[in-house]
Every structure is written in C-alpha cells, then in structure tokens.
Design a protein around this ligand. Sequence first.
Ligand code: NAD
Ligand code: UFG
Length: 355
Amino acid sequence: MSTILVTGGAGYIGTHTLISLLGAGYHPVVIDNFQNSKPEALSRVRQITGREVPVYAADVRDERTLARIFHEHPIDAVIHFAGLKAVGESVRMPVSYYDNNLISTLRLIQAMDQHGCRRLVFSSSATVYGDPARLPLTEDAPLSATNPYGRSKLIIEDMLRDLAIAARLGGDAAGTAWQIALLRYFNPVGAHPSGMIGEDPNGIPNNLFPYIQQVAVGRLKELQIFGADYPTTDGTGVRDYIHVMDLAEGHVEAVRFLLGGRGAAAPGGSFAEAINLGTGSGVSVLQAVRAFEAASGKQIPFRMAPRRPGDVAACFADAGKAARLLGWTARRKLADMCEDAWRWQSLNPLGFAQG
Ligand code: NAD
Ligand code: UFG
C-alpha cells in the first residue's frame, strides 16, 4: 500500500486524517514542528489505531529534514496540512503567515519534485471565496482575500496551478506532470467518535464550536453571538459545518483519486483543481447552539453582540464536484458533529494538556 507524507499531521485535521488513512491501509509518515499541537495527540492516534506512525518533529521549511524523509520512505503522495490558520493573528503578524505558509509549500514542492513525487493534496479554505456573491459556492466562483491568511491560501493555490500549467506547456517541469487537489474546506467541527482526539485551540477560541464546547464544560462563561442582523433566517451568521471525520475521509478519496492517475486525463497529464469539501447545508449560529444544547444536555448561555469585522453573512458549498470526481459526500449530520465534539470536550476538559 502507498506511503503518504502528512505535513502538520499532529494538528486537528491531520490527526483525524491519520486515522482514516490507516483505516484505508495507507502508510502515513508525519512531519510536524508542534507549533500548534502536542505530541500527545499522536499518542492518542496510536492508542485508537494500535499502529505506529513515523514522526519527524521538524519544520517543513527545513530542507534537510525533507530530504531525509524522502530518502528514508518511498513517499507516493503528500497531504500538506502544515501552516498557520488564525485569521485575526494573520492581520497582526502577516510576515509570520507568509513565511510559514508560503515557504513551507515552496520547500515541499521543491523536495517532491527532486524526488519524483508529484501528487499533492493541499489544504485550502472556503475563505478564498471572500464575500460570496452567489450561494451555494461552486469552485468557479470569483476568488478574493480579505486578510493575510486567506491571501496565503490564494497565492499557494495559484502557485500550484502554475506547476500544472508549466508541465502542460512542456516548460520548466517538462515531462513531469503534477497531480494536485486543492481542497477547499468549509467549517470543520466535531471529533473522532472515541472522544480521544479533537480540536484543542491555544488560548481563548476564535471559532464558534470550540467556544461553545468550552462554555459547555465551564471553562468560559457565555457565548457572544457576533451579529443578529444578518439577512439570514434568524439574523445570525450561516456556515457549512462539516464533521472532521467526513473531511478526513475526503482526503483519503483525494489521495485515491491522485494515486489512481484519474487526474492524468487532464490536458498534458497535469491536474491541479479546486474541490469544495462541505456538506452543502447552511446552519445558523443559533441553530448550532440549539443543536449543541440538545446533544450535550447543557445550556449554553449567550448574548447578542455586534458583528465581527470581516465576517460574511452566509457561506455554504456546492459539494457536487467532490461527489462527481472523488465519489465523496459528507455523511454525518449536525447532531453527530455536536455529540462527538461534546464527547471529546467532556472527556478532556483541558484538551491534551492533562495528558
Ligand atoms: P492545526 O493548527 O491544528 O494543524 C496544523 C499543524 O501544522 C499543527 O500541528 C502545527 O504544529 C503544524 N505546523 C504549522 N506550521 C508548521 C511548519 N512550518 N512545519 C511543520 N509543522 C507545522 O490546523 P488544522 O485545523 O488541522 O488545519 C490544517 C490545515 O487546514 C491548515 O493549513 C489550515 O489552514 C487548513 N484549514 C483549516 C480550517 C479549519 O477551520 N480548521 C479551515 C480551512 C482550512
Ligand atoms: N461566531 C460567533 N461567536 C463566536 C465565534 C463565532 O457568533 O464566538 C460566529 C461567526 O460570527 C460566524 C460563525 O460563528 O458567523 C462561524 O465562525 P467561525 O469563527 O467558527 O468560522 P468562520 O466561518 O469565521 O471561519 C472559519 C475559519 C477560517 C476559514 C473559514 C472557512 O476560522 O479560517 O472557516 O473555512 F477560512
């Protein structure tokens, strides 16, 4: 079975994807510098799966470690999760975001090219759609960025599309076709059903679900709902929440697609396309709160607050392309997302910190 390098494999989506990859018979290898994760998360993956995964505690920008990994393992494809992802922080620290997100991707594709491994799954984001003019969002919708994090994703998408174009033109990368899936995630939430791994943000969470979870467990007092005057069903913001295990399975299908050479039918044998990973359903903040209360049996105190700058009213996917190309659709419901998130948070009120 194929060997898959997973950058950022100790993170939230990475750990869940390791479980799906192992379940599908792949051999993952992890590189993570633990900048936003803990080694304990990987121990939990080991406990859940009973399998050892080789781990390189290093930065993806470190060319020597990348060379060592490609030398020591027959890497067939790469899933590139590593990067910084907090929108607000990216506005305050743009240089760190461009340095980490862009340079890690450049070093990675250079190492891949040198070692003849040209199959890549990249973590993009629905944030590249900016403020949607039309819903649901199809992959050909206009792209824009309103912050350095989003811009780093847009630049990387363009860079990766350029790789495929060069191979088609027989230029820089003549004879070396790339197979690249640019997966645009909507809002990943929930946790593995074991309750042993889940999202463990540093400090006070920025995102809705981790915040609700910490209110439910008593770490935070009340939720602020950012905006009750949006043009949506109940005035609160609408998003496409997707269970992280569905997302993980989407990565397995993307790897299967690329390794199966199914992108090679594209012109010049090179493939670099964006694919939405979402459920296709929009859920409001109030609906999410009510669903979490029902799943947890806990009341979530909240108060209405002004809109958060930079937020859009509504954002949800047209997930048809993933179904057509990858044969993948999200299976889990909002209730599953809430139940699994609650199991993780209630069993681990302090996240991975309590060991
Ligand atoms: P995460 O922070 O939990 O995981 C990222 C992992 O990468 C962490 O373990 C971190 O330590 C590691 N890392 C960061 N920079 C590194 C570097 N230079 N070298 C080695 N390791 C490094 O984030 P996540 O939620 O799992 O997200 C994974 C990817 O998906 C990111 O690229 C993110 O931008 C993207 N994404 C996430 C969301 C979301 O809401 N979680 C939405 C859309 C896209
Ligand atoms: N919200 C609140 N209170 C909070 C946190 C969030 O009301 O304490 C609301 C927001 O206003 C929004 C909704 O909950 O209406 C979802 O907010 P999140 O912060 O959970 O998610 P976003 O859609 O703003 O952004 C997330 C990631 C981005 C990513 C985007 C699309 O943070 O990095 O999804 O994938 F780009």
